[in-house]
Design a protein around this ligand. Structure first.
Ligand code: FES
Length: 108
């Protein structure tokens, strides 16, 4: 595995309370949202049964999946009702107003 960084564009395109979904190489997606003065990058797939988390409900510090109601802490990623399960976060950097996402890629 190798690490690659991809640009997601200007951070101001995802202001407070907004979210955006980006396609990743390999067919998965990342959900980027602005939460508590910072941006979070989360795999856009619920670890329970695969629902699209970008349709989830954000209430305070939590993201609730709309399929079965599992609720995840946005700081730690841990599911509040099934703490053995967590969101997958991607490292995200803000560089001169642009968001850069780190992903693992296959070595070739
Ligand atoms: S798929 Fe998300 S709670 Fe079941």
């Amino acid at each position: 595995m190798a690490i690659a960084e991809i640009s997601l564009g200007p951070a101001q395109a995802i202001p407070r309370g907004k979210r955006a979904v980006f396609d990743l190489p390999g067919g998965s997606q990342v959900l980027v949202l602005h939460h508590k003065k910072r941006w979070l990058a989360i795999e856009n797939r619920c670890p329970h049964a695969g629902a699209t988390l970008s349709e989830g409900l954000i209430k305070g510090p939590s993201l609730m999946c709309v399929w079965h109601g599992w609720t995840f802490d946005l700081e730690s990623g841990v599911c509040r009702t099934h703490p053995e399960t967590s969101l997958k976060f991607f490292p995200l950097r803000l560089v001169e107003g642009e968001l850069w996402l780190q992903i693992e890629t296959e070595d070739k």
